[in-house]
Design a protein around this ligand. Structure first.
Ligand code: GRF
Length: 195
């Protein structure tokens, strides 16, 4: 069974979707820990689901990454899933876990990296939007795509309605992407690497 860590900074709805997918045997995985760089609402949701949930406290990047690596290694994590985690991981951290860090982003990457994707898609008059699960590099919203899902933009959409439709797609896409990683056995490197 694949052991997942989920990193969050906010409400944690994708985290919850992953916990639920694991609990319902939708994917052969278990969320073994959750960590957040903020007092996120998602931490409480994780604890209620009996998943160990940690608030990263160190203020400088080298220190919180060290703190995080300690937790990840202690929980023998196979795959690190970023779900609304609002910090960029250093090259040093990313290289420590090659092919083992993934992220979900609310756009069809490489289009619309960064924030406010729904607003920008509407401003540009696009008719198709979507979400992407991709491997993480130390560059923002970069790295090989694992899976994408398109979402139609409706003529009467506003930012809120479009965001809600994309989020619904995200909650299906993230477990699907992890399932396909498990099936492809893309993860074959040893679990713990020296920093
Ligand atoms: C999602 O839209 C995700 O794609 C983006 O941040 C948002 C997090 O939402 N990276 P939630 O915390 O999972 O509800």
């Amino acid at each position: 069974m694949m052991r997942l860590a989920v990193l969050i900074s906010g409400r944690g709805s994708n985290m919850k979707a992953l916990i639920d997918a694991c609990l319902s045997d939708d994917i052969n995985a278990e969320v073994v820990m959750v960590a957040s760089d903020k007092e996120a609402a998602g931490l409480e949701i994780a604890r209620r689901a009996s998943v160990p949930a940690y608030r990263l406290t160190a203020s400088n990047q080298a220190e919180w990454e060290q703190e995080l690596a300690g937790l990840i290694d202690r929980h023998q994590v196979d795959l690190i899933c970023l779900a609304g985690f609002m910090r960029i991981l250093s090259p040093r951290f990313v290289e420590r876990y090659p092919q083992r860090i993934i992220n979900i982003h609310p756009s069809l990457l490489p289009a619309y990296k960064g924030l406010n994707t729904h607003k920008r898609v509407l401003e540009d008059g696009k008719t198709v939007h979507g979400c992407t699960v991709h491997f993480v590099t130390s560059r923002l919203d970069d790295g090989p795509v694992i899976k994408q899902q398109t979402v139609k933009v409706m003529p009467d959409d506003n930012e809120e309605s479009l965001a809600a439709r994309v989020l619904e797609a995200e909650h299906k896409l993230y477990p699907d992407a992890i399932r396909s990683l498990i099936e492809k056995s893309a993860l074959h490197t040893p679990r713990q690497m020296a920093l």
